[in-house]
Write a protein that binds this ligand. Structure first.
Ligand code: NAD
Length: 497
């Protein structure tokens, strides 16, 4: 396939596409073919971030006063435009970050679903009215915007995750400085183009490209950003929380996962194999909800392992744009090395059943391909069963019974997603109660979130916030409680005379 011409892209600040102040740039490359340069993007500094924050601050004065249903109209329009562009955007997403085309379509669709869901809030944003304890007095609470939001996002859902943050922030009346991952700047630029074209006033949404250490850090440190919404690794998330605490910023963190599928002795094994293949190897295992642990009852572990091994060996690596590809590349060479380090550790602590190395033969020589990797006989305490690998690697952990399965499932620092395959309703309900994750699936894989339900995790996966669902509004609004006394006299609460 001929390579497309390399374009140069800009930041978007105060309603204008502008170069970074220092003129530095970085390249965005296709992980399936590193020779394919997708674009040249500005490498922004503290000064660029400052310009974006000033634009967002200025725009906040009028955006917060724009009626929410009018703000929502712009989101509805952007949602319709995204529907038109779904195929185009899915293709550029696959080229930019590697996930297979059908999954890239799903990523764009999730952004569309979320923008429509958030736009619907323009005519809700419900508060409460409640009786007062005093006569001739009225009591209510209303949601108000927080201010300028700094949104920092990862590359693995390059349209869905930014939209999970942008759409609720905007409908609630906030303005934005958006710093996307430097591996997926094009997806970010395309989303911003759509929102701008749909009619967002200048300064309401500002886009700053660049590295986490420089541009991301400048967002964290900026005194005029009131809220940080961050999705990424736990390691960086901790730094985000500490830096933000110094300035009392509101912080929402969505971090890593070490998700598990429990396969009980009464499970439909074929269904549980389908769930593992999709959960472990979809998006090349680079999902926060990836099924990286398969906790299997000893009575069925032999059968289950055989079936899963057969399916794993059949998976075809390749460019995600080709219909023959099951598993695309991983995001970059640094990530690939990290995955391989974990696999080398795994080879010492468990049994490697298939995969176990990068794949760089023939057409795939110029891409970051890693063979789908399956380990058997893994102990719950093994490094590969404890740490987030974020690649096409999964581990079968045999257990004696359901209690041991719950114990193994919960014995990790993360708490994002879990699933159980069982035909027994009693076991299913016990799992719903016992699994310490923010999301639990019954007879379905660890992935498949829908935007109208809360999304997020417990323990080191976050700090208690939830994206999507009605809970998204809690991140992007402050509650204001209002009392209206129409008695014409001084009335005191708590029965004070
Ligand atoms: P990452 O933490 O390396 O980077 C995330 C973002 O933070 C990027 O935009 C990056 O540029 C920026 N960043 C990096 N260092 C920074 C710093 N010092 N200050 C400010 N910003 C900084 O994560 P990643 O590799 O892009 O994404 C993978 C991780 O994201 C995985 O751990 C995955 O589980 C997690 N993730 C979580 C969810 C969720 O909802 N829980 C969803 C998707 C991904």
């Amino acid at each position: 396939m001929p390579l497309a011409a390399t374009e140069t892209y800009k930041n978007y600040i105060g309603g204008k596409w502008v170069q970074s102040k220092e003129g530095r740039t970085f390249e965005d490359r296709n992980p399936a073919n590193r020779d394919d340069i997708i674009g040249i993007f500005p490498k922004s500094s503290k000064e660029d971030v400052d310009a974006a924050v000033q634009a967002a601050r200025k725009a906040f004065h009028s955006w917060r006063l724009t009626p929410a249903p009018i703000r929502a109209e712009i989101l509805f329009k952007a949602g319709q435009m995204l529907m038109q562009k779904k195929e185009e955007f899915a293709k550029l997403m696959t080229r930019e970050m590697g996930k297979v085309l059908k999954e890239a379509r799903g990523d764009v669709q999730e952004a569309i679903d979320l923008i429509f869901y958030a736009a619907g809030e323009g005519r809700r944003l419900f508060g409460q009215t409640t009786p007062s304890e005093l006569p001739d007095k009225f009591a209510m609470s209303v949601r108000t915007p927080v201010g300028v939001c700094g949104l920092i996002t990862p590359w693995n859902f390059p349209m869905a995750i930014p939209m999970w943050k942008m759409a609720p922030a905007l409908v609630c009346g906030n303005t934005i400085v958006f710093k996307p991952a430097s591996d997926t700047p094009l997806c970010a630029a395309k989303l911003v183009e759509v929102l701008v074209e749909a009619g967002l006033p200048d300064g309401v949404l500002n886009l700053i490209h660049g590295s986490g250490e420089e541009a991301g850090m400048a967002v964290l440190n900026h005194p005029d950003i009131q809220l940080i919404s961050f999705t990424g690794s736990a390691q960086v998330g901790k730094e985000v929380a500490l830096k933000s605490a110094e300035k009392f910023k509101r912080v929402s963190l969505e971090l890593g996962g070490k998700n598990c599928i429990l396969v009980m002795d009464d499970a439909n094994l074929d269904l549980a194999v389908d769930g593992a293949v999709w959960g472990a190897f979809g998006t090349s295992g680079q999902r926060c909800t990836a099924s990286s642990r398969l906790i299997v009852h000893k009575k069925v572990v032999k059968d289950y392992t055989e079936k899963l091994l057969e399916r794993t060996k059949k998976l075809r690596l390749g460019d995600g744009l080709l219909p023959t590809t099951d598993v695309g590349p991983v995001i970059n060479e640094t990530r690939m090395k990290k995955i391989h380090e974990y696999v080398e550790i795994g080879k010492k602590e468990a049994k490697l059943l298939t995969g176990g190395s990068p794949f760089n033969e023939g057409d795939l020589a110029k891409g970051n391909f890693y063979s789908p990797t399956l380990f058997g006989d893994v102990k719950p305490s093994a490094v590969i069963a404890q740490e987030e690998i974020f690649g096409p690697v999964t581990a079968i952990i045999p257990v004696e019974n359901m209690e041991e399965a719950f114990h193994a499932a919960n014995q990790v620092r993360y708490g994002l997603s879990s699933s159980i395959y069982t035909q027994d309703v009693n076991k299913a309900f016990k799992a719903m109660r016992e699994l310490e994750t923010g999301i639990v699936y019954i007879n379905s894989s660890t992935i498949g979130a829908e935007v109208h339900l809360p999304f997020g995790g417990t323990k080191d996966t976050g700090n208690g916030h939830r994206e999507a669902g009605q809970t998204m509004l809690d991140t992007y609004t402050e509650w204001k409680t209002i009392y209206v006394d129409y008695s014409g006299k001084l009335q005191k609460a708590q029965g004070i005379d």
